[in-house]
Ligand binder design. Structure first.
Ligand SMILES: [Zn+2]
Length: 306
């Protein structure tokens, strides 16, 4: 993992074209004063300007966070939509089961409370409950929370771990599956999660890291704008930031966590995931475990509160 931490995307020397609207990098929390302009493009969030953080080497969208508009945006996406969001529960089952196997190698579900942050329509909560965990969830989308409650599971409309009020007991496991990329202040969320865990408790994250693809897209955009933007849209989807895995591991350690494992293995969403993406995970897993180079689309990170 130390080799990966020294890995950083190619630095872009593009002059900044406009004043920053975000005060801090959402991935690492450092003020945007030293961030460089990365690209401007149109994606699911409309036209957005992206910056490159000089501290954590993440790319991030230069737009202020507003909870109401984030909820509205999420409801327009498949995972926030009532019907398709519930269907996605089944699509992601391969990933859910793989993550549950990894958790169960470290803790026994009996008597364990698991909180899923950004639980959406409850796919992982259902799987974790079936595995024997006592499950709790929260999400910013009210319709998703209602759906989870109708499944007979406990969930709350909430946007921060510190505000979650269905229990005050310290938690055994907190999962964050494809959710951190929508946070406006990741260091603050990770600190809150740390505070909610028992000593020995686990944080399990399924993270997206296509920052390497974003770097390629940003370079390509200077030569072939249309092709570059297409690659950039694939790289960042509708996320608010794109953080290199090595930087995330460093942030987790500086928050106080001990990294138990970090690998693209187990991060594939589905058997139905496209072949190129599956191949990218296969090649990425091999590269990560042999050379410490991260070129997969995502990873599963398990960290422990000492
Ligand atoms: Zn940063």
């Amino acid at each position: 993992m130390s080799a990966a931490r020294s890995l950083s995307p190619v630095a872009l020397e593009i002059p900044r074209s406009s004043a920053c609207r975000t005060a801090c990098c959402p991935a690492c929390g450092v003020p945007t004063g030293t961030a460089a302009h990365a690209w401007q493009f149109v994606n699911a969030r409309g036209e957005t300007n992206w910056l490159h953080c000089s501290n954590c080497h993440s790319y991030f969208m230069d737009r202020e966070y507003a909870l109401d508009s984030e909820v509205e945006h999420t409801q327009q996406m498949t995972w926030g939509d009532t019907e398709q969001g519930a269907q996605l529960n089944e699509f992601k089952d391969l990933m859910y089961q793989s993550i549950l196997r990894s958790i169960c190698q470290l803790v026994s579900p009996t008597g364990c409370t698991l909180l899923d942050v950004g639980c959406a329509y409850g796919g992982f909560l259902k799987a974790a409950a079936a595995a024997g965990f006592r499950v709790l969830g929260y999400d910013i989308v009210p319709a998703a929370v209602r759906h989870v409650q109708q499944l007979g599971l406990q969930a709350q409309v909430c946007s921060h771990a510190a505000d979650f009020s269905l229990t005050n007991e310290p938690l055994d496991v907190i999962t964050v599956l494809d959710a951190n990329i929508y946070w406006p202040d990741q260091p603050a969320e990770l600190r809150q999660i740390y505070d909610r865990l028992k000593p020995g408790g686990l944080l399990v994250m399924r993270v997206v890291d296509k920052s390497w693809l974003a770097t390629l897209g940003a370079l390509l955009q200077q030569v072939t704008p249309a092709a570059g933007q297409k690659l950039l849209r694939r790289a960042v989807n509708d996320h608010r930031f794109s953080m290199p895995l090595g930087s995330l591991l460093g942030l987790l350690e500086s928050t106080g966590f001990r990294i138990v494992s970090a690998s693209p293995r187990g991060a594939v969403h589905s058997e139905k995931t496209s072949l190129p993406v599956k191949l990218s995970f296969g090649l990425g897993t091999a590269l990560w475990h042999t050379l410490g180079i991260f070129l997969a689309p995502g990873a599963v990170v398990i960290a422990e509160k000492p």
